[in-house]
Design a protein around this ligand. Structure first.
Ligand code: NAP
Length: 277
């Protein structure tokens, strides 16, 4: 039995579909961590800051933060390191001795979820195309820049891309959805960080006949597990992965921050969460 007793949960609104409890509780059991079950807690948008502080008073020492509270969580923190000051969003909190420390495990989760072959062939000093400029895009762009990728971003609202470029101090090429098929032949990696492709949403349409044969496509969406973008990528012979990989790897980083144990990421954890979908 480990010595840590930190009590943990994920907060968000909505929160019912979160898979984080299944992931963390599996690892808590696997690693015999001396703690209670990781919970999921819906927070009211109008009173979020007070509710988060109440959770600390109720003994929660570790929180994961999801939509729409990542920016608020950042503002509540007493301590954050430099990358977080640039990202302005926190997805993992530690509360100890009355001090709130914030982390963002999304960039490391994304980097660790990609195998070395893809990193070498499709990312490092290669050309990536990111769809979206929301909260998750910031983490992905930060991570791609760390991996020395040349980044182009397409977003419905171009001004948001300019803001990310300024906040993160990363040069970004900005293109529009109309231009996808003019630039696709130069792209080595595509990352979709938008909600396009989720149920009831329209899809990102790409002419894969014009793409490189070894293009890799990463969709952060995991419900559905295979979006139309990934189906098209598969049909054209590209490699691809969905958002479950990043979900599990960012969770592993949070688990390590709280419990000091890096959990083993095995096929079993993926089968458990795939079955839940
Ligand atoms: P967000 O901050 O709300 O950003 C949403 C993005 O989607 C924005 O770029 C927005 O464009 C774009 N968008 C939404 N509706 C659109 C439409 N109809 N047409 C064109 N663009 C549209 O959300 P987020 O936190 O970045 O999350 C985005 C997605 O990533 C979600 O599907 C989420 O589940 C997934 N995600 C997965 C993981 C993981 O671990 N796998 C982690 C985080 C997020 P505008 O800027 O023009 O509004």
């Amino acid at each position: 039995m480990s010595e840590t007793t930190i009590k943990t949960a994920v907060i968000g609104n909505p929160i019912q579909h979160s898979l984080s409890p299944q992931i963390h509780n599996y690892w808590i059991k696997q690693n015999k961590v001396n703690t209670t079950n990781y919970e999921k807690i819906k927070i009211d948008i109008s009173s979020a800051a007070d509710e988060i502080k109440n959770l600390f008073e109720c003994g929660f020492g570790g929180l994961n933060v999801t939509i729409p509270f990542k920016e608020l969580a950042y503002k509540l923190c007493d301590n954050v390191d430099l990358p977080i000051q640039k990202l302005k969003a926190v997805n993992t909190i530690v509360y100890k001795n009355n001090i709130i420390t914030g982390y963002n495990t999304d960039p490391a989760g994304f980097i660790n979820s990609i195998n070395d072959q893809i990193k070498n062939n499709n990312i490092i000093k290669k050309n990536s195309l990111v769809f979206g400029a929301g909260g998750s895009a910031r983490s992905i762009i930060y991570a791609l820049n760390k991996m020395e990728s040349n980044i182009t971003v397409i977003n419905r609202t171009a001004e948001k891309v300019e803001l990310i470029s300024k906040d993160l101090d990363i040069p970004l090429k900005i293109k529009s959805y109309k231009e996808i098929n003019n630039i696709i032949s130069d792209i080595d990696l595509i990352v979709n960080t938008t909600s396009l492709g989720m149920k009831d949403n329209h899809n990102i349409e790409i002419d894969f006949d014009k793409s490189k044969a070894n293009l890799h496509v990463y969709d952060l969406i995991y419900n559905p597990q295979q979006t139309k973008l990934l189906i098209d990528a598969e049909m054209s012979g590209c490699t691809y992965q969905n958002g479950l990989d990043m979900l599990v790897h960012q969770a592993a980083e949070s688990f390590f921050i709280w419990h000091g144990i890096y959990p083993t990421i095995n096929e079993e954890i993926f089968s458990i969460i795939r079955e839940l979908k």
